[in-house]
Design a protein around this ligand. Sequence first.
Ligand code: NDP
Length: 452
Amino acid sequence: MAVSDHVDLATFIEGVRRRNPGQPEFAQAVQEVAEDIYDYMQDKEQYHKYQILRRIAEPDRVISFRVCWEDDNGNIRVQRGWRVQNNNSIGPYKGGIRFHPSVTESVLKFLAFEQTFKNALTGLPMGGGKGGANFNPKGKSDNEVMRFCQSFMNELYRYIGADIDVPAGDIGVGGREIGYMFGQYKRLTNEFTGVLTGKGLEYGGSLIRTEATGYGAVYFLRNMLATQKDGVEGKKVVISGSGNVATHAAEKINQLGGKVLTLSDSEGYIYDPAGISEERVNWVKDLKNKRRGRISEYAKEFKGSEFVSGKTPWGVPCDLALPCATQNELTGDDARLLVQNGCIGVSEGANMPTTLEGVHVFKDAQILFAPGKAANAGGVSVSGLEMSQNSARISWKEAELQRLLEDIMAGIHASCVEYGGRPGSKVTDYVRGANIAGFKKVADAMLAFGVV
Ligand code: NDP
């Protein structure tokens, strides 16, 4: 037996930090998972012996490359691109591409690590990966975005493939960017294959992929509330972000009879006491996707609403909260404020939006708290279904896909309940449940492969 891996949790985390200097987001994500897995592994010698957690926390590979492009004024611009292929034990690497100035290797390694567990939870055969670049699409012309995407794909195409690694969208990468990247992949390889998901419906995309992450996060919330014999109807809901995930979460909350009070972007949040109705959500979608505007414009358009500059929305009293913008946007203090104001449920549409301190506040208060790896898995689930449709060269109908999405979210919820029970607690520890259920599936596949 390899006793060398029998280090305690603190020593394990210390090792992760030492081996990954200057990568705090990655260390944070590993710590959150390790806190639960260490406890679970106590009596499971084989996971220690084969150093499974240590191996999952070491990406299979990290590819980094230069991306050169020319802006509209003829200046040559240089960005850095990455693809992190974390683990392909249960299927091809799968995970989004993020274009945002805050992208670093640490951020992408944390996202690829999280994605490994999330994809396992869906029950579909997908490994974990993530990619992106420190490119800011905001304020760029369509032609500039196209040239950047083409240059990015000129390098990325060597490492991806329908059975190897299948990227999708994420922050800053929506239908337009996926179209440009797919076009370039096809040109470089002369192959029409399901190498990206989130594609347009005309060229192999799946119905409800765009809606799936936001809808899924609300379905998960509904499942959690149902365990307390409660529901979304009549609830006041605070949402952050105003992109793909936030607007579709808001849409579904409206459909289920809840009242959405806020949306936000990196400049501040809007508060609408009348409720951000489905019609107003559609206005925001148009603002963001077509006019590429800022959320502050909402307050000018809709009387009675206000824009609060430079702040996040967590101080607005609510029953339910959905952080749907970015990592670490909800701190320990924000979490305390939410709990004090009577919030009973939080579902993470974004990836790791709550800091470790915030997660502990929610756990200690025993409110319903769904971590992103469970709550936002709807997007990658429908991506998985897009891969199946591409392989079979068919397109499923919307009603069928809706049913599958709801089933998958219910399945993830059930897995969390199975592994997340806490003696003496009236609510499931969904963080623990998601971590253990995701880990077990990947770990058992790794054991079958031996030491590779
Ligand atoms: P979008 O680019 O569509 O929207 C992102 C939103 O978050 C924008 O409102 C943006 O505001 C805001 N935001 C981004 N960075 C920051 C920041 N540093 N501070 C404050 N606000 C910020 O992205 P998505 O909606 O697709 O993604 C949102 C989150 O959901 C991410 O964490 C992503 O990883 C996660 N996710 C997305 C999935 C998908 O299917 N799209 C699947 C699973 C998870 P601004 O315009 O000012 O930047």
